[in-house]
Design a binder for this molecule. Structure first.
Ligand code: HEC
Ligand code: HEC
Ligand code: HEC
Ligand code: HEC
Ligand code: HEC
Ligand code: HEC
Length: 337
């Protein structure tokens, strides 16, 4: 090719005909490259090519798939819901199917069935992967021998894992409560006894009401006693302040996880009381916690209910016995006559 160009250049000085040959040669080279480039990538570059089959029920069906990471067996529809995909975090104009389904980059027409699962971490999301995978929360799970949840577990769309929801997606916000709550059942239950949890249980999960991650953080989750935590003494004012402007020291004492319906709380309080001679610190910390006020109020409330109904019951019982005695007396006196 280079030598061909050289010879054309050498002769081009001589005649107009040669200049014409030179230009047409360049032009055809250009056309050649365009056609090679587009024939190779036409299929792979255009989402519409993929969607031609993947929106047509005659072409694609459901498929039983085994998740290679979790071993979960699932029945998945191969139909792509275009609207759901475009509404997802990756549904913008600049996303191509083959960005994620990388092993289809070179394929043409019909493709082989068992594709590699999409790798969220290597090419795009090494940063969030680091905050989650190398954070202390993941470390604690590993210490307890719990398998780490995958990115797709927490970021799955409603109908397909493909449709990664945006942070303010209402389904995602509700789903996240369930995902955190699935491992933290006790804290899930107590969240549901708190105003925030009751409002979200009613189906209102907009970004104006607190779910687990609004208070605890997303990937970097630290214990609330850690000063660096979103709930540490200083940071809490900012965390709560996002929704409760002007939240101060006393406001953040609010009990986010009331324990008064948790039998475990009463048990540990009993044990602390029994051990008071050996270790009075435990009892002191229970008494100091704002939790105790709620618990006392709850116990008093239940106590008043129990006493009221007990009195009512005894009263009914006694008056019933009274009428029974009266009736018997009446009968006896009537018999005498
Ligand atoms: C000629 C029709 C056709 C075209 C074009 C097509 N697919 Fe498919 N695709 C299928 C069928 C059929 C299946 C189901 C294969 C099976 O049952 O194993 C499938 C399965 C898949 C799967 C799931 C594989 C698995 O193991 O879960 C993905 C992902 C996929 N296609 C992506 C794409 C992408 C991306 C494109 C465009 C580059 C594309 N397909 C183009 C027909 C097509
Ligand atoms: C942001 C990355 C991403 C993009 C872009 C993407 N997908 Fe996927 N896709 C996934 C993930 C993740 C899965 C779940 C299976 C897996 O983990 O490999 C998936 C699964 C699928 C499946 C199997 C069915 C299912 O619900 O699991 C099909 C079919 C599919 N994609 C087709 C497409 C087509 C067609 C496009 C382009 C319009 C596309 N994908 C664009 C990430 C993506
Ligand atoms: C325990 C659940 C959970 C796991 C596991 C998880 N995430 Fe997240 N992630 C969240 C939540 C909750 C948010 C905040 C809401 C949102 O943006 O969807 C978030 C936010 C994000 C964001 C957007 C905000 C940011 O930091 O840029 C990205 C990107 C992300 N995660 C990627 C990943 C990747 C990649 C993995 C796998 C290594 C992963 N996540 C694992 C729960 C999780
Ligand atoms: C796969 C199970 C799992 C999931 C999902 C999960 N966690 Fe955890 N989390 C743990 C384990 C295990 C610990 C260690 C302490 C324990 O056993 O409770 C922990 C600890 C914590 C702690 C205390 C951290 C510390 O340093 O003491 C908080 C707060 C927490 N998780 C909140 C969340 C939130 C919010 C979510 C949802 C984004 C979530 N968790 C999702 C298993 C999980
Ligand atoms: C309004 C903010 C708020 C919300 C919403 C919230 N928490 Fe908490 N969470 C707290 C505070 C404050 C503490 C520390 C005091 C306590 O234990 O009650 C805490 C404590 C915890 C702990 C014990 C470890 C630690 O850091 O002290 C876990 C685990 C936990 N929450 C999980 C969850 C889960 C799971 C959800 C969602 C179902 C949730 N939280 C929702 C504020 C919140
Ligand atoms: C994402 C927003 C959001 C965050 C973050 C949040 N809250 Fe709330 N909170 C609400 C909403 C919405 C209500 C419903 C009642 C209302 O309108 O005030 C509420 C109600 C309350 C109430 C009941 C009293 C009242 O004002 O009606 C208290 C107390 C409270 N939150 C404390 C906290 C504390 C403490 C934190 C931080 C640990 C916190 N909240 C974080 C949104 C939030």
């Amino acid at each position: 090719m280079v030598s061909l160009l050289k010879t054309t250049i050498d002769v081009s000085g001589d005649s107009k005909a040669c200049r014409f040959v030179f230009i047409s040669c360049l032009f055809s080279c250009l056309l050649f490259f365009i056609s090679v480039y587009s024939s190779e990538s036409l299929f792979a570059q255009e989402n519409s090519e993929c969607l031609e089959c993947h929106t047509d029920p005659a072409e694609v069906d459901d498929k039983v798939r085994v998740d290679p990471v979790t071993g979960e067996v699932e029945l998945v529809s191969m139909l792509v819901d275009k609207d759901a995909f475009h509404a997802s975090a990756h549904g913008g104009e600049d996303f191509y199917c083959i960005d994620c389904h990388a092993d289809l980059e070179e394929s043409e027409g019909e493709h082989y069935p068992d594709l590699q699962p999409v790798d969220c971490i290597t090419f795009c999301h090494d940063d969030p992967a680091e905050t989650f995978l190398e954070g202390s929360h993941a470390g604690l799970m590993q210490e307890k021998g719990i398998e780490l949840p995958t990115c797709k577990h927490c970021h799955a769309g409603e109908r397909s894992k493909r449709d990664t929801p945006r942070a303010d997606d209402l389904y995602h916000r509700m789903d996240t409560i369930g995902k955190c709550g699935g491992c933290h059942t006790e804290y899930y239950d107590s969240y549901r006894n708190n105003l925030h949890g009751q409002v979200t249980a009613l189906g209102h999960v907009g970004t104006d009401i607190a779910t687990c991650v609004d208070c605890h953080g997303q990937h970097t989750i630290l214990n609330s006693s850690d000063p660096e935590s979103t709930l540490g003494p200083e940071n809490a004012k900012e965390t709560c302040g996002k929704c409760h402007p002007g939240a101060g020291d006393s406001f953040i004492k609010h009990v986010a996880h009331p324990q008064y319906k948790n039998l475990g709380y009463y048990k540990s309080a009993m044990i602390a009381l029994l051990n008071i001679r050996k270790d009075s610190g435990q009892v002191k910390s229970i008494i100091k916690s704002p939790q105790i006020i709620l618990t006392i109020l709850f116990v008093m409330y239940v106590g008043i209910l129990v006493i009221t109904f007990a009195q009512f019951g005894t009263h009914m019982l006694l008056s019933w016995l009274g009428t029974l005695l009266d009736e018997r007396k009446g009968k006896e006196s009537g018999h005498d006559k």
